[in-house]
Design a protein around this ligand. Structure first.
Ligand code: NAP
Length: 529
């Protein structure tokens, strides 16, 4: 499969006429061929019109047909073979093993959602049968199912060129929900985007899905991205990126005549809490694991551990010494784009120059132009409380250790934090009583509380929450990873006294799709062969 630099608008593969842009080799900075033609507002209109015309047919496809469609996308991505891996490594600067792992995750997510669709539980079918004899008033027949929201715009993420881009988690969950998807490709990896886009387009054809089920556009976020979010036919948005862009998209979507939800994953510093007994027992081991997590993928993870909270004393000094030593041995690593690298260097420089922040360690100096050099800082609890700028995410391998006078001060800092994706607790059994007193505050602040690990390496599973209160995400009621991600793109519809012949298959009394349902308030498990 060749990369041609074309837009994919439904079935049509066409050259964009709104300027030309190129991918860069992340490590060398060299321009990669070919040029990508940017989309015009007419292309936005065409993709939205197709998506809207596909919506009613696509959302009523059978569960089996939609599941097969998702599995076909997965198979088509694998069929691209090495060309996808090579292009993705060049565009992202991420190691080959990471990209191979990310492809496996992407394919795994699509297959997981195929399973979710087949099971049908996501429809959350409820039947409250009529009670004509009920006194004083008869009860009507009520049936409920969930339907897709409508066409969804997905912004590809720079830091997950496969698993959170063209056919990543947002796209897979939206398609599973029955929503056509238009992807605004990330400029950092357009070649990867086109290859995956062609695989999705082929699956649309292979499986006989309506033409507008999928489109892929290249172009600027401000023009094409905002144009898509403003279009009245778009009913939801999936985004991963900066807080600045995410909040701007939230404002645009909220100001529309018909406001729509934006599921934006934006910024998080993911506190790590070192409890006293664990720190005393394992300061050096925790420090090693922390530095591994901090520097993984050049630190370009939304779950990167950007904040360490601990009570000052000799055990914390041991941790700082061991972490400093481990970080000092770490090579600098290629970052995703020159812009992200510049932002990292600027944010690190601000911390270095801050009067109340000490630089405790740096990784090895940069060898390549786009290399990020890891950094570890330390400050006091009082300084952290006074300077809200110290709470801002540094996207890359940088972390701040906050020395707290005691556990109540550490708890008070948790209360002062913005919403976060994760909190990681390093604990031993002797810490349980203290941990118990922290849990209510942690539950209010974060989407995932994890023990004796670090937030990086998010498991794609049914009980995963990759979300959290603002600003970690736009809507803390949701997750963007795991099977629950489908909920973001669904809404309930109730049918009152609808004749059996007019009911959708999912709601028919005989349960032809064999879906588990809530019947008159009781769980009724389907009899499956
Ligand atoms: P970004 O600048 O937010 O861009 C993400 C996407 O949004 C791109 O497609 C971009 O399009 C578009 N966009 C940017 N500004 C926009 C606007 N005002 N209106 C509409 N669309 C807009 O993020 P990035 O390029 O991936 O990285 C930049 C910074 O974002 C990083 O340094 C980091 O701070 C943060 N980031 C955070 C996470 C996380 O998970 N927490 C992940 C990735 C990035 P164009 O640029 O093509 O116009």
């Amino acid at each position: 499969m060749n990369i041609a630099g074309n837009l994919l608008i439904g079935e049509s593969v066409r050259r964009g006429t709104n300027g030309v842009s190129y991918a860069l080799d992340a490590a060398s900075g060299e321009r990669l061929e070919p040029g990508f033609g940017g989309a015009t507002m007419a292309d936005v209109d065409a993709a939205c019109a197709l998506a809207w015309s596909a919506f009613d047919r696509f959302r009523e496809t059978s569960l089996e047909a939609r599941a097969e469609f998702l599995e076909t996308i997965a198979a088509n991505i694998l069929a691209i073979g090495d060309a996808l891996i090579e292009r993705c490594v060049a565009e992202s600067g991420l190691p080959r093993a990471r990209i191979e792992g990310e492809r496996a995750r992407t394919v795994g997510q699509l297959r997981m959602f195929a399973g979710v669709v087949r099971a049908g539980d996501f429809l959350e079918v409820r039947l409250d049968p009529a009670q004509p004899e009920r006194k004083p008033m008869p009860r009507v027949d009520l049936r409920l199912r969930h339907i897709g929201l409508g066409p969804v715009v997905v912004f590809g993420a720079s830091n997950f060129p496969l698993a959170f881009s063209v056919a990543g988690g947002d796209t897979a969950s939206a398609l599973a929900a029955g929503c056509p998807v238009i992807v605004k490709a990330h400029a950092a990896h357009p070649g990867t985007s086109e290859l995956v886009g062609m695989a999705v387009r082929k699956a649309v054809k292979d499986c006989g899905m309506p033409e507008g089920t999928f489109s892929l556009l290249f172009g600027s976020g401000r023009e094409i991205g905002q144009g898509l979010v403003r279009d009245p036919r778009i009913k939801a948005v999936g985004f991963t990126g900066s807080r600045h862009a995410g909040t701007e998209l939230m404002a645009i979507a909220a100001a529309r005549p018909e406001p729509v939800p934006v599921y934006a994953e934006m910024s998080s510093i993911n506190p790590v809490l070192l409890f006293p007994h664990a720190l005393e027992q394992r300061a050096e081991t925790i420090a090693q694991a922390f530095v591994q997590s901090l520097t993984l993928g050049a630190g370009q993870f939304c779950t990167n551990p950007g904040l360490i909270l601990a009570v000052e004393g000799p055990a914390l000094d041991r941790f700082v010494a061991a972490a400093s030593e481990a970080l000092a041995r770490m090579p600098a690593a290629t970052m995703l784009t020159p812009g992200i690298h510049r932002a990292f260097d600027a944010a690190v420089a601000k911390f270095e120059e801050h009067a109340q922040v000490q630089t405790v360690a740096r990784a090895q100096p940069a060898a390549g132009a786009n290399d990020g050099q890891g950094a570890l800082f330390s400050t006091s609890a009082a300084a952290f409380r006074e300077n809200t700028a110290l709470q801002e995410e540094i996207f890359g391998a940088a972390s701040l250790i906050v020395r707290c006078p005691d556990l109540p001060a550490m708890l008070a800092l948790i209360e002062s934090l913005e919403g976060q994706l994760t909190a990681a607790l390093q604990i031993d059994e002797a810490d349980y009583a203290a941990v118990r007193s922290f849990l209510p505050a942690l539950e209010r602040r974060v989407g995932r509380v994890l023990v004796n690990g670090f937030g990086t390496g998010v498991e794609v599973a049914h009980a995963m929450v990759h979300g959290g209160p603002y600003p970690s995400t736009a809507d803390g009621r949701s997750t963007s990873v795991g099977s629950l991600a489908i909920r973001r793109f669904l809404r309930p519809v109730s049918y009152q006294d609808m004749p059996e012949a007019l009911l959708p298959e999912a709601l028919k009394t005989a349960n032809p799709w064999k879906i588990n349902r809530l019947f008159d308030g009781h769980v009724e498990l389907a009899q499956r062969a």
